[in-house]
Write a protein that binds this ligand. Structure first.
Ligand code: ADP
Ligand code: MG
Length: 249
C-alpha cells in the first residue's frame, strides 16, 4: 500500500508502523474496527510523546527526573509524605510556592525538575530557569525595551521554577526586575525556588533591604518550605569510599 496518503495527512508514526500492523492484523484476524483503532492509537500515542517533548523543550526543562527515582531514605529529614502530597500538584491551584533549601547535591534541582515534569505532563504550562539566566534575560529585554512582553512570558506559566538562588548578588536593576516578576506572579501562579542558602543569606537580595523584604514577603506568604539538611548524594559513594572502615581493615 502506498504510504503517500499517510504522509500527506501527517500520520507520521503510521508510515513505519503500517507493515508490521498489517501483518499483525492478518495473523490475528483483526476486525476492521479493531485494526483501525490500533492504527490510530499508534499515531495518537506518538503524537502525545512528540507534544510532551516539544513542550518540555519550550519550557527549558532539564532531563526528566521523577519522585520514584528519588531515594528518600537518603534524606531522612525530608518528609516524603509532604513531597508526595505536593507531587499531586494541588499547590498549583492555590498559587502556592515551593522553596527547596539545602546544601549542594542534596537533590533540590532533582525535586524541582520532578515537579516541573509532573506539571508539564499534567498539561500545565511550565518554565524552568536558573536565577542568573532569568535576570540576565529580563535585563536584556529591558535594554531592548521589551521588558513587558518578556515579563509576560515568565508570568503566564502556571509553574515557574527558579533554580540556584545562591550567593551571587544582583545589580539594583536586576533586583528591580526580579521584584516586578515576583509581584506579577504573586497569588497568580506557583513558583518553585531552589537555594543552597537560607533566606537571610540570599545573596541576590542583599543590598536593598526594602526591596529584599518586598520580594521575600511575596515569595513566602503562600509557600511550602522544604529544608533538606542531609549529605550530598553526589558524594555519597565517594564518602563511603573515603571513610575509614571500623574493623580496622
Ligand atoms: P542540588 O540541586 O541540591 O545541588 P541535585 O538535585 O542536582 O542537587 O542532585 C545531584 C545529583 O544527585 C542529581 O543527579 C540527582 O538526580 C541526584 N540525587 C540527589 N539526591 C538524590 C536522592 N535522594 N536520590 C536519588 N538521586 C539523588
Ligand atoms: Mg541544583
Amino acid at each position: 500500500m502506498s504510504t503517500d496518503v499517510l504522509q500527506h495527512l501527517g500520520l507520521r508514526a503510521l508510515v513505519p508502523a503500517l507493515p508490521g500492523l498489517l501483518k499483525e492484523a492478518r495473523s490475528e484476524q483483526l476486525s476492521y474496527e479493531a485494526f483501525l483503532y490500533r492504527a490510530l492509537l499508534i499515531e495518537a500515542e506518538c503524537r502525545q510523546v512528540r507534544t510532551v517533548a516539544r513542550r518540555s523543550r519550550a519550557a527549558h526543562l532539564p532531563p526528566r527526573k521523577s519522585f520514584d527515582d528519588f531515594d528518600f531514605s537518603f534524606q531522612p529529614g525530608l518528609s516524603e509524605r509532604l513531597v508526595r502530597e505536593l507531587a499531586g500538584l494541588s499547590f498549583l491551584h492555590t498559587a502556592t510556592n515551593v522553596v527547596l533549601l539545602g546544601p549542594p547535591g542534596v537533590g533540590k534541582t532533582h525535586l524541582a525538575t520532578a515537579f516541573a515534569w509532573a506539571a508539564l505532563e499534567a498539561g500545565h504550562a511550565v518554565l524552568f530557569a536558573s536565577l542568573a539566566t532569568l535576570v540576565e534575560d529580563l535585563e536584556a529585554a529591558q535594554r531592548r525595551g521589551t521588558l513587558k512582553t518578556r515579563l509576560r512570558a515568565y508570568t503566564r506559566p502556571a509553574l515557574l521554577v527558579i533554580d540556584e538562588i545562591g550567593y551571587a548578588r544582583l545589580s539594583a536593576r536586576q533586583a528591580q526586575v526580579l521584584f516586578q516578576l515576583v509581584n506579577a506572579r504573586y497569588e497568580q501562579g506557583s513558583t518553585i525556588l531552589t537555594s543552597n542558602k537560607t533566606f537571610a543569606e540570599w545573596g541576590p537580595l542583599r543590598g536593598d533591604e526594602i526591596l529584599a523584604t518586598a520580594i521575600l514577603d511575596r515569595l513566602v506568604h503562600h509557600a511550602e518550605v522544604l529544608s533538606i539538611a542531609g549529605q550530598s548524594y553526589r558524594l555519597k559513594d565517594r564518602l563511603a569510599y573515603l571513610q575509614p572502615t571500623t574493623d580496622g581493615a
